[in-house]
Design a protein around this ligand. Sequence first.
Ligand code: SF4
Ligand code: SF4
Length: 184
Amino acid sequence: MAAQQVIPSPRLVLVIEKASGQPVSRCYQCHKCTGGCPVTGFMDLMPHQVVRYVQLGLEEDLLKSKTIWQCAACRTCISRCPNGIDIAAINDALKQRTLARGVQPALPAVAAFHQAFLNSIKGKGRVHELGMMIAFKMKTGSYFQDVLLGLQMFRRGKLRLLPEGLKNRERFRALWQGEKEGQR
Ligand code: SF4
Ligand code: SF4
């Protein structure tokens, strides 16, 4: 059978460069990012492959990959990359694109946590840990997991009952809106 021809899609590079703020097209596949990444044992695409797939426009493979959810955002890759490419930022842009397009995430629990975290920040400008964990548990159905730990944290004052807001909400809203527009 003839090998499938890969047709590069310049559009995906442009979209992800805009959403992530990263110069994806500068990557020349030196693999230094992958050489330093501590999470490659759990990834189905290596960090350098994520960048290459974006260059080639292989969107479906990217949005269905575990790697975009597995990335720990430790930023070792950017410290090693000769072109200053932050792959965690690229993965974040790909996560948002996965959710916006209604693609089933490869790691649903991680995606549920990601969404609960962002929704919590969106509401008040700060994370409300208790509200975020309730939203996460409702989404995943893991109601009783970590209950004892949660009670211990509550007793020690680590979980607030009510969310705290920001003083400058208008500035936060403008930042949030700018971030969303950058991802379109
Ligand atoms: S280190 Fe940078 S240039 Fe090298 S493969 Fe990774 S992203 Fe590309
Ligand atoms: S930020 Fe993500 S891709 Fe980069 S080294 Fe850390 S875990 Fe690996």
